[in-house]
Design a protein around this ligand. Sequence first.
Ligand code: AP5
Length: 218
Amino acid sequence: MLGPPGAGKGTQARLLAQRLGIPQISTGDILREAVRKGTPAGLEARGYMQRGLLVPDELVVRIVNERMAEPDAAKGFILDGFPRTYAQARALEESLAAKGQRLSMVIALDVDEETVVKRISGRLVCRQCGAMFHALYDPPRNDNLCDKCNGSLYQRDDDKEETVRRRLQQYREETRPLMDFYANKALLVRIDGTGAVEEVKERILKALETLDGQNDPA
Ligand code: AP5
Protein backbone atom coordinates (compact mmCIF):
# COMPACT_ATOMS: atom_id res chain seq x y z
CA MET A 1 0.00 0.00 0.00
CA LEU A 2 1.44 3.33 -1.09
CA GLY A 3 0.12 6.73 -0.13
CA PRO A 4 0.85 9.83 1.91
CA PRO A 5 0.67 9.84 5.72
CA GLY A 6 -2.97 9.63 6.76
CA ALA A 7 -4.17 8.32 3.39
CA GLY A 8 -5.76 5.33 5.10
CA LYS A 9 -3.10 2.70 4.34
CA GLY A 10 -3.25 1.17 7.82
CA THR A 11 -7.05 1.25 7.96
CA GLN A 12 -7.44 -0.45 4.59
CA ALA A 13 -4.55 -2.88 5.08
CA ARG A 14 -6.17 -4.16 8.29
CA LEU A 15 -9.53 -4.67 6.60
CA LEU A 16 -7.90 -6.43 3.66
CA ALA A 17 -5.81 -8.63 5.92
CA GLN A 18 -8.99 -9.81 7.70
CA ARG A 19 -10.76 -10.36 4.42
CA LEU A 20 -7.93 -12.25 2.73
CA GLY A 21 -6.68 -14.11 5.81
CA ILE A 22 -3.10 -12.96 5.37
CA PRO A 23 -1.08 -10.68 7.68
CA GLN A 24 -0.65 -6.94 7.40
CA ILE A 25 3.02 -6.01 7.64
CA SER A 26 3.17 -2.39 8.74
CA THR A 27 6.67 -1.01 9.12
CA GLY A 28 5.26 1.92 11.13
CA ASP A 29 3.58 -0.45 13.62
CA ILE A 30 6.65 -2.69 13.91
CA LEU A 31 8.91 0.32 14.49
CA ARG A 32 6.56 1.89 17.07
CA GLU A 33 6.46 -1.41 18.95
CA ALA A 34 10.27 -1.58 18.85
CA VAL A 35 10.47 1.98 20.21
CA ARG A 36 7.99 1.13 22.96
CA LYS A 37 10.01 -1.94 23.98
CA GLY A 38 13.33 -0.08 23.74
CA THR A 39 14.93 -2.72 21.47
CA PRO A 40 18.15 -1.80 19.59
CA ALA A 41 16.08 -1.27 16.41
CA GLY A 42 13.67 0.93 18.36
CA LEU A 43 16.46 3.00 19.86
CA GLU A 44 17.93 3.56 16.40
CA ALA A 45 14.56 4.44 14.81
CA ARG A 46 13.17 6.67 17.55
CA GLY A 47 14.88 9.96 16.70
CA TYR A 48 14.03 9.70 13.00
CA MET A 49 10.38 8.93 13.70
CA GLN A 50 10.00 11.75 16.21
CA ARG A 51 11.33 14.20 13.62
CA GLY A 52 9.11 12.85 10.86
CA LEU A 53 12.07 11.51 8.88
CA LEU A 54 12.41 8.13 7.22
CA VAL A 55 14.29 5.50 9.20
CA PRO A 56 17.47 4.26 7.40
CA ASP A 57 16.76 1.75 4.62
CA GLU A 58 19.05 -0.93 6.02
CA LEU A 59 17.14 -1.14 9.31
CA VAL A 60 13.71 -1.15 7.70
CA VAL A 61 14.67 -3.76 5.10
CA ARG A 62 16.00 -6.02 7.84
CA ILE A 63 12.83 -5.86 9.94
CA VAL A 64 10.62 -6.47 6.90
CA ASN A 65 12.70 -9.46 5.81
CA GLU A 66 12.45 -10.91 9.31
CA ARG A 67 8.70 -10.40 9.39
CA MET A 68 8.14 -11.84 5.89
CA ALA A 69 9.99 -14.99 6.96
CA GLU A 70 7.48 -15.78 9.73
CA PRO A 71 5.19 -18.77 9.07
CA ASP A 72 1.94 -16.77 8.87
CA ALA A 73 3.36 -14.85 5.88
CA ALA A 74 4.06 -17.95 3.80
CA LYS A 75 0.86 -17.59 1.76
CA GLY A 76 1.15 -13.86 1.20
CA PHE A 77 0.97 -10.56 3.06
CA ILE A 78 -0.03 -6.95 2.70
CA LEU A 79 2.82 -4.50 2.97
CA ASP A 80 1.69 -1.25 4.59
CA GLY A 81 4.12 1.67 4.43
CA PHE A 82 6.90 -0.30 2.75
CA PRO A 83 8.74 0.22 0.45
CA ARG A 84 9.19 3.96 0.75
CA THR A 85 12.42 4.56 -1.19
CA TYR A 86 14.00 3.15 -4.36
CA ALA A 87 16.55 1.30 -2.23
CA GLN A 88 13.74 -0.38 -0.27
CA ALA A 89 11.85 -1.25 -3.47
CA ARG A 90 14.94 -2.88 -4.96
CA ALA A 91 15.70 -4.75 -1.74
CA LEU A 92 12.12 -6.03 -1.68
CA GLU A 93 12.40 -7.30 -5.24
CA GLU A 94 15.56 -9.18 -4.32
CA SER A 95 14.07 -10.71 -1.17
CA LEU A 96 10.92 -11.85 -2.97
CA ALA A 97 12.84 -13.22 -5.95
CA ALA A 98 15.07 -15.23 -3.60
CA LYS A 99 11.93 -16.94 -2.26
CA GLY A 100 10.26 -17.36 -5.65
CA GLN A 101 7.61 -14.79 -4.75
CA ARG A 102 6.52 -11.57 -6.43
CA LEU A 103 4.30 -8.58 -5.80
CA SER A 104 0.75 -9.06 -7.08
CA MET A 105 -0.29 -5.43 -7.00
CA VAL A 106 0.75 -2.04 -5.69
CA ILE A 107 -2.21 -0.04 -4.44
CA ALA A 108 -1.69 3.72 -4.25
CA LEU A 109 -4.30 5.60 -2.23
CA ASP A 110 -4.91 9.04 -3.71
CA VAL A 111 -5.90 11.58 -1.06
CA ASP A 112 -5.30 15.35 -1.15
CA GLU A 113 -3.14 16.98 1.53
CA GLU A 114 -5.95 18.92 3.17
CA THR A 115 -7.84 15.67 3.79
CA VAL A 116 -4.82 13.79 5.15
CA VAL A 117 -4.05 16.56 7.62
CA LYS A 118 -7.66 16.40 8.87
CA ARG A 119 -7.46 12.62 9.16
CA ILE A 120 -4.16 12.63 11.03
CA SER A 121 -5.14 15.38 13.45
CA GLY A 122 -8.13 13.34 14.67
CA ARG A 123 -6.52 9.90 14.68
CA LEU A 124 -6.79 7.80 17.86
CA VAL A 125 -5.01 4.45 18.19
CA CYS A 126 -5.63 1.67 20.71
CA ARG A 127 -2.56 0.96 22.84
CA GLN A 128 -3.61 -2.64 23.27
CA CYS A 129 -4.85 -3.95 19.90
CA GLY A 130 -3.80 -1.18 17.50
CA ALA A 131 -7.39 -0.51 16.30
CA MET A 132 -7.79 2.91 14.71
CA PHE A 133 -10.47 5.52 15.33
CA HIS A 134 -11.01 9.13 14.37
CA ALA A 135 -12.32 11.74 16.76
CA LEU A 136 -14.81 13.02 14.14
CA TYR A 137 -15.15 10.44 11.35
CA ASP A 138 -15.10 7.24 13.41
CA PRO A 139 -15.38 8.13 17.09
CA PRO A 140 -15.11 5.42 19.75
CA ARG A 141 -18.34 4.70 21.64
CA ASN A 142 -16.66 5.58 24.95
CA ASP A 143 -14.25 8.49 25.14
CA ASN A 144 -10.65 7.30 24.91
CA LEU A 145 -11.54 3.59 25.10
CA CYS A 146 -11.30 1.07 22.27
CA ASP A 147 -14.63 -0.39 21.07
CA LYS A 148 -12.97 -3.72 20.36
CA CYS A 149 -10.86 -4.48 23.45
CA ASN A 150 -11.53 -1.60 25.86
CA GLY A 151 -7.83 -0.61 25.70
CA SER A 152 -6.91 3.07 26.09
CA LEU A 153 -6.64 5.26 23.00
CA TYR A 154 -3.74 7.63 22.35
CA GLN A 155 -2.54 10.17 19.81
CA ARG A 156 0.74 9.31 18.06
CA ASP A 157 3.85 11.38 18.95
CA ASP A 158 4.52 12.12 15.29
CA ASP A 159 1.01 13.46 14.61
CA LYS A 160 1.93 17.01 15.65
CA GLU A 161 1.39 19.52 12.85
CA GLU A 162 5.07 20.36 12.24
CA THR A 163 6.06 16.68 12.16
CA VAL A 164 3.18 15.84 9.85
CA ARG A 165 4.42 18.53 7.44
CA ARG A 166 7.87 16.94 7.42
CA ARG A 167 6.39 13.47 6.87
CA LEU A 168 4.44 14.84 3.89
CA GLN A 169 7.62 16.38 2.50
CA GLN A 170 9.47 13.07 2.88
CA TYR A 171 6.61 11.35 1.10
CA ARG A 172 6.74 13.80 -1.83
CA GLU A 173 10.53 13.55 -2.17
CA GLU A 174 11.26 9.88 -1.43
CA THR A 175 8.12 7.78 -1.80
CA ARG A 176 5.89 9.34 -4.45
CA PRO A 177 8.50 8.63 -7.17
CA LEU A 178 7.87 4.92 -6.54
CA MET A 179 4.53 5.35 -8.32
CA ASP A 180 6.41 5.63 -11.63
CA PHE A 181 8.69 2.76 -10.66
CA TYR A 182 5.69 0.44 -10.17
CA ALA A 183 3.65 1.90 -13.04
CA ASN A 184 6.53 0.94 -15.34
CA LYS A 185 6.24 -2.62 -14.06
CA ALA A 186 2.46 -2.57 -14.67
CA LEU A 187 1.84 -3.22 -10.96
CA LEU A 188 0.40 0.13 -9.91
CA VAL A 189 -3.32 0.59 -9.32
CA ARG A 190 -4.40 4.04 -8.17
CA ILE A 191 -7.42 4.08 -5.89
CA ASP A 192 -9.41 7.13 -4.91
CA GLY A 193 -8.84 7.18 -1.13
CA THR A 194 -11.45 9.84 -0.39
CA GLY A 195 -14.94 9.09 0.90
CA ALA A 196 -15.96 6.65 3.61
CA VAL A 197 -13.74 3.77 4.75
CA GLU A 198 -16.21 1.22 3.32
CA GLU A 199 -16.31 2.95 -0.06
CA VAL A 200 -12.53 2.91 -0.33
CA LYS A 201 -12.50 -0.75 0.73
CA GLU A 202 -14.97 -1.66 -2.02
CA ARG A 203 -12.81 0.12 -4.63
CA ILE A 204 -9.78 -1.87 -3.49
CA LEU A 205 -11.66 -5.19 -3.50
CA LYS A 206 -12.86 -4.44 -7.03
CA ALA A 207 -9.30 -3.82 -8.14
CA LEU A 208 -8.19 -7.07 -6.51
CA GLU A 209 -10.78 -9.01 -8.51
CA THR A 210 -8.51 -8.54 -11.52
CA LEU A 211 -6.02 -10.85 -9.76
CA ASP A 212 -8.45 -13.78 -9.66
CA GLY A 213 -6.86 -16.87 -11.08
CA GLN A 214 -3.32 -15.64 -10.61
CA ASN A 215 -1.12 -17.82 -8.43
CA ASP A 216 1.31 -17.14 -5.65
CA PRO A 217 0.20 -13.71 -4.41
CA ALA A 218 2.56 -11.81 -2.11
P1 AP5 B 1 3.72 5.02 9.36
O1 AP5 B 1 3.14 4.53 10.61
O2 AP5 B 1 3.77 4.13 8.18
O3 AP5 B 1 2.98 6.39 9.02
P2 AP5 B 1 2.52 7.03 7.64
O4 AP5 B 1 2.92 6.41 6.37
O5 AP5 B 1 2.90 8.44 7.82
O6 AP5 B 1 1.04 6.70 7.59
P3 AP5 B 1 0.02 6.89 8.72
O7 AP5 B 1 0.10 5.71 9.65
O8 AP5 B 1 0.12 8.26 9.31
O9 AP5 B 1 -1.34 6.90 7.90
P4 AP5 B 1 -2.14 5.78 7.14
O10 AP5 B 1 -2.07 6.03 5.69
O11 AP5 B 1 -1.81 4.41 7.63
O12 AP5 B 1 -3.61 6.21 7.60
P5 AP5 B 1 -4.55 5.57 8.73
O13 AP5 B 1 -5.18 4.35 8.19
O14 AP5 B 1 -3.82 5.51 10.02
O15 AP5 B 1 5.21 5.53 9.61
C1 AP5 B 1 5.53 6.31 10.73
C2 AP5 B 1 7.02 6.60 10.72
O16 AP5 B 1 7.77 5.36 10.78
C3 AP5 B 1 7.55 7.29 9.46
O17 AP5 B 1 7.43 8.70 9.53
C4 AP5 B 1 9.03 6.83 9.46
O18 AP5 B 1 9.78 7.56 10.41
C5 AP5 B 1 8.92 5.40 9.95
N1 AP5 B 1 8.75 4.44 8.85
C6 AP5 B 1 7.68 3.62 8.65
N2 AP5 B 1 7.87 2.88 7.54
C7 AP5 B 1 9.08 3.24 7.04
C8 AP5 B 1 9.81 2.83 5.89
N3 AP5 B 1 9.35 1.91 5.04
N4 AP5 B 1 11.02 3.42 5.68
C9 AP5 B 1 11.52 4.35 6.53
N5 AP5 B 1 10.85 4.79 7.62
C10 AP5 B 1 9.65 4.22 7.88
O19 AP5 B 1 -5.69 6.70 8.80
C11 AP5 B 1 -5.43 7.95 9.40
C12 AP5 B 1 -6.70 8.43 10.16
O20 AP5 B 1 -7.74 8.64 9.22
C13 AP5 B 1 -7.26 7.40 11.18
O21 AP5 B 1 -7.78 8.08 12.29
C14 AP5 B 1 -8.39 6.71 10.42
O22 AP5 B 1 -9.41 6.27 11.30
C15 AP5 B 1 -8.89 7.83 9.51
N6 AP5 B 1 -9.38 7.34 8.23
C16 AP5 B 1 -8.83 6.38 7.43
N7 AP5 B 1 -9.54 6.23 6.30
C17 AP5 B 1 -10.54 7.15 6.37
C18 AP5 B 1 -11.63 7.50 5.50
N8 AP5 B 1 -11.82 6.87 4.32
N9 AP5 B 1 -12.47 8.50 5.88
C19 AP5 B 1 -12.29 9.13 7.08
N10 AP5 B 1 -11.29 8.85 7.94
C20 AP5 B 1 -10.43 7.87 7.60
